[in-house]
Design a protein around this ligand. Structure first.
Ligand code: ADP
Ligand code: F6P
Length: 339
């Protein structure tokens, strides 16, 4: 198989075959699961089969790849999965996949099965695995699947929208009880080192305060805001903290001590990762899946698909992973302005 780096319209493409159409491709999900992954799997399977390829599902991410946990996918394998959260292929973390010998063994296993291209759904860690395979001559394409929305090259990742909707449902419920008791809720949301879930749900849920890793916080300023609100008759409130800044319980204790208000902490945890995917996530998953198969069909690998300004795109994995995520400062400012 020849590997050629092509420059087309100022974009680099790594072409892996000699324009021979791939006959067999595989798909796996890796890292944390995210609602919408199943819509991407369904699209890859059905679009791939309709294009005349065989499609193999690999269970439990790179771990399953190394162990050879392969399933031949048929149109029926992906029946009734669109509305399901999680991933029907299961997912895992496989630290060993960073080792060269493990990657080489994985490629041998893929080749033995006659598989010519791989689609990986996951976050930046999983993309590093896909890049490693591509760099070793095996074409791999990444689909962004993580609730964190922490990838710079794409405006949205799969699962982010559903996770935000789940957080918003909880905030609505917390508002009822906080208002009845004149209390402040400190709500801890996921996102690793990215504050997107906190900012989007803060704006859409009308939070009084949002604390995120991208902006240094000042506890006195947070407390003065809540005290000022109280003085003007707003006796309850919602403070959203992204997990990257600390624990809800410690924030609640400090706020309680400084404001003398009645404060309760809620950690939303893994419920943010589950549930039926929103229409937006199903739409993204479906389009990401089709886009990924089309790239492999053309013998193109080492790329990650995404959405930018409402257009489905693909970028080189190295370039995509190097991009620095731009934090939406304007949206963040709206939290303070509108609450
Ligand atoms: P995410 O894909 O959600 O960022 P992780 O960072 O946990 O999740 O990565 C998922 C998996 O991707 C890891 O368990 C490992 O198998 C693989 N991976 C992560 N980093 C690398 C790397 N540098 N090289 C090869 N594989 C990697
Ligand atoms: O990356 C998704 C995510 O849910 C993060 O928001 C969170 O920090 C992490 O995964 C939790 O990981 P685990 O599933 O290993 O508890």
């Amino acid at each position: 198989m020849t590997v050629i780096r092509l420059e087309l319209k100022q974009k680099y493409f790594v072409k892996f075959n000699d324009n021979k159409k791939m006959k067999k491709i595989a798909i796996l999900t890796s890292g944390g699961d995210a609602p919408g992954m199943n819509s991407a799997i369904r699209a890859v399977v059905r679009y791939g089969l309709n294009s005349g390829m065989q499609v193999v599902g690999i269970e439990r991410g790179y771990q399953g790849l190394v162990e050879g946990n392969f399933i031949e996918m048929t149109p029926r394998s992906v029946s009734n999965v669109l509305q399901k959260g999680g991933t029907i292929l299961k997912t895992a973390r496989c630290p060993d996949f960073k080792k060269a010998e493990v990657q080489i063994k994985a490629i041998e296993t893929l080749k033995k099965e006659g598989i010519e291209g791989l689609i990986v759904i996951g976050g930046d860690g999983s993309f590093s695995g896909a890049r490693a395979l591509s760099n070793r001559g095996f074409p791999a394409i990444g689909i962004p699947g993580t609730i964190d929305n922490d990838l710079a090259y794409t405006d949205y990742t799969l699962g982010f929208d559903t996770a935000c909707n789940t957080v918003l449902e909880t905030i609505n419920k917390l508002r009822d009880t906080m208002e009845s008791h004149d209390r402040v809720a400190v709500v801890e949301v996921m996102g690793r080192n990215c504050g997107d879930i906190a900012v989007y749900t803060g704006v859409c849920g009308g939070a009084e305060v949002v604390v995120i890793p991208e902006v240094p916080f000042n506890m006195s300023a947070i407390c003065s805001k809540l005290i000022k609100n109280k003085e003007r008759g707003k006796l309850s409130g919602i403070v959203i903290i992204a997990e990257g800044v600390g624990k809800a319980e410690s924030f609640a204790e400090i706020i309680k001590a400084k404001t003398k208000m009645n404060v309760r902490a809620t950690v939303l945890g893994h419920m943010q990762r589950g549930g039926a995917p929103s229409s937006r996530d199903r739409y993204l998953g479906t389009n990401f899946g089709i886009h990924a198969v089309r790239l492999l069909e053309k013998g193109i690998g080492n790329r990650i698909v995404g959405i930018k300004n409402n257009k489905f795109i693909d970028v080189d994995i190295d370039a995509g992973l190097e991009m620095k995520k731009r934090f939406n400062k304007e949206l963040y400012k709206m939290v303070g302005l509108l609450s």
